[in-house]
Design a protein around this ligand. Structure first.
Ligand SMILES: [Zn+2]
Ligand SMILES: [Zn+2]
Length: 551
């Protein structure tokens, strides 16, 4: 596939037709820029794996032409992969002051700070890189200082929204720059590449100030000690919780690595978060009921402070019947079971659990249908390209665009190479995309056979067999069989004896040529173990066979 020099190309590597792992490329005049480099979270189909990284093989090959990585905001699904794969790209990174401040802290933790060229940008200054003119635009979201990018080339302008909402009283940071959006729309926009997360939600998304009011009411009416969790980087929410708690004469303690990192970054860039203690040193000086604890772990993460408190695994924090646990957050799809376990643990201790289904303690960071319509009316693009969602979300976003009079929508998958310049903008190629996985110190492709082996080990156990053959090609007894995770006690004795006799039969059935070939012997013994195990237990373990020759 050939990309011509003056093709204006949009190529999503992650985040299109899926939730998370957002990463996008733009091409013009033989130059590339990237917007976002995020992660997503692995499910139980990949044992031992927590996170997934986007497939950047396409751009690694031409990394000398990659002029910059522009980060829309500091959420993990937009910048979480930088610390793992930036080294393969080595392009300078651009982001708002809060985004860069947060990124700096993460890079420092992995020893990369100092290697990466970081640029703080704002809507006050256009960035010219090669053939691209990039105008950052302030919108609002559930993290300070999110940016949209208006990316102009001689073949047209693309407006890339990033995650956004219209919040006219965001509590932290500036309001959306409606004037600038209108100006961009007036100059003419070829395509809008936009957030589809809440495309299925009617109406407009509520302001962060509404969440503050709800929290104020909930905290006032809550009994006992209050444990409250929210998304760590939602600095406005942390401030709201502190403000609402102080109004009720509570003493506030904040705990969690991500929460502290976000608060430090906010303080550094001029959004001070004050009025709480960040260590539990003094907690015993206060009456149990006078304390509010802001804890990380809104998604039921196993090692998080909120989860450890719920399961009485925290050495400094105790829970009493009559206390209150507030979840000032939504459930990210896939985390429901983990979160419910934490709720149940609290309930069993007599703690009241309050979620966004009970009280207005959370608002979304993404635009509802009416907000999306409002943005299209301001930007007036010729083409709509929905991203940041499953195919269903993208379709719904395209339907909304249609309502506002946009006749052409292109709904991409990861790897859809979209040519926007020329007479008929469309997907001109589909690149094979395979996400990868950081696994200890190595990075593996997600379809690696290692994961098939791990799944087998996890669900079916493993068998090792050692077979000794002498110079006469006769089997030497005993055959050694070791199993893990398959069976126990009497059943194990029965299984081992069945396996051994089946192996003996198998060996006797082989001819001289077969017996001199280790690979054939291994394969025959393996299938013998497999069939006996399947017959007895209906499982397919991972089987390892060693053939030893005694001369
Ligand atoms: Zn996102
Ligand atoms: Zn976000």
């Amino acid at each position: 596939m050939k990309i011509s020099k003056n093709d204006l190309i949009f190529l999503p590597l992650g985040g299109s037709s899926e939730i998370g792992m957002n990463s996008n490329l733009y091409h013009y005049d033989d130059n590339w820029i990237m917007v976002d480099l995020g992660i997503s979270f692995a499910d139980e189909s990949m044992p031992g794996v927590d996170i997934l990284l986007p497939d950047i093989d396409f751009i690694i090959e031409k990394r000398d032409k990659l002029k910059g990585i522009f980060l829309t905001h500091g959420h993990e699904d937009h910048m979480g992969a930088v610390q793992y794969i930036w080294d393969k790209l080595r392009a300078p990174i651009y982001g708002s002051s809060f985004t860069i401040s947060l990124l700096k802290r993460k890079l420092k933790e992995v020893g990369l700070l100092g290697n990466v060229q970081l640029h703080t940008i704002s809507e006050n200054k256009v960035i010219n890189i090669g053939p691209f003119e990039i105008q950052p635009v302030s919108l609002t979201h559930s993290i300070p200082d999110p940016l949209s990018f208006s990316i102009s080339t001689k073949s047209g302008t693309i407006f890339h929204t990033g995650d956004w909402k219209f919040d006219n009283s965001p509590k932290v940071g500036s309001e959306p720059n409606y004037e600038m959006l209108k100006e961009i729309g007036k100059k003419g926009v070829l395509a809008l590449v936009g957030d589809s997360t809440n495309a299925m939600v009617e109406g407009t998304t509520q302001s962060e100030t509404e969440a503050f009011k709800g929290l104020r009411k909930t905290i006032k009416n809550s009994s006992g000690r209050i444990f409250i969790t929210c998304f760590a980087s939602n600095v406005a929410r942390v401030k709201s919780i502190i403000e609402a708690s102080l109004e009720n004469n509570k003493k506030i303690f904040l705990a969690g690595r991500s929460l502290n990192r976000a608060v430090e970054a906010a303080n550094e860039v001029g959004y001070p978060v004050e009025g709480m203690e960040t260590s539990f040193k003094n907690i015993d000086k206060y009456k149990h009921d006078d304390v509010v604890i802001i804890a990380g772990g809104s998604q039921g993460e196993l090692r998080s402070t909120m989860t450890r408190i719920a399961f009485s695994q925290h050495d400094r924090i105790n829970v009493k019947p009559g206390d209150t646990a507030i979840f000032s957050s939504s459930k990210i799809p896939g985390n429901e079971i983990a979160i419910d376990k934490v709720h149940t643990a609290f309930l069993k201790k007599g703690v009241k659990v309050v979620t966004d289904e009970d009280e207005l303690v959370h608002v979304s960071g993404h635009p509802g249908k009416d907000d999306i319509i409002k943005l299209y009316k301001l930007i007036k693009p010729q083409i709509s390209i929905p991203v940041h969602g499953t195919p269903k979300h993208l379709r719904e976003h395209a339907n909304i665009a249609k309502v506002t009079g946009i006749s052409l929508s292109i709904e991409p998958e990861n790897g859809s190479l979209i040519k926007l310049s020329g007479n008929s903008p469309s997907i001109i190629n589909q690149i094979q995309i395979k996400s990868s996985v950081p696994d200890g110190s190595q990075i593996l492709k997600s379809d690696s056979s290692i994961f098939t082996a791990r799944r087998r080990l996890l669900w079916n156990g493993s068998v090792s067999a050692v077979i000794m053959l002498d110079s006469e090609l006769e089997i030497q007894l005993p055959i050694k069989i070791i199993q893990n995770g398959i069976t126990e006690r009497d059943d194990e004795m029965e299984w081992i004896s069945e396996v051994k006799s089946d192996i003996e039969e198998t060996i006797y059935s082989l001819n001289k040529n077969e017996l001199t070939d280790d690979l054939i012997v291994e394969q025959k013994v393996r299938s013998s173990i497999r069939s006996v195990t399947k017959l007895l237990f209906k499982i397919k373990p991972l089987i390892d066979v060693h053939v030893l020759r005694v001369l």
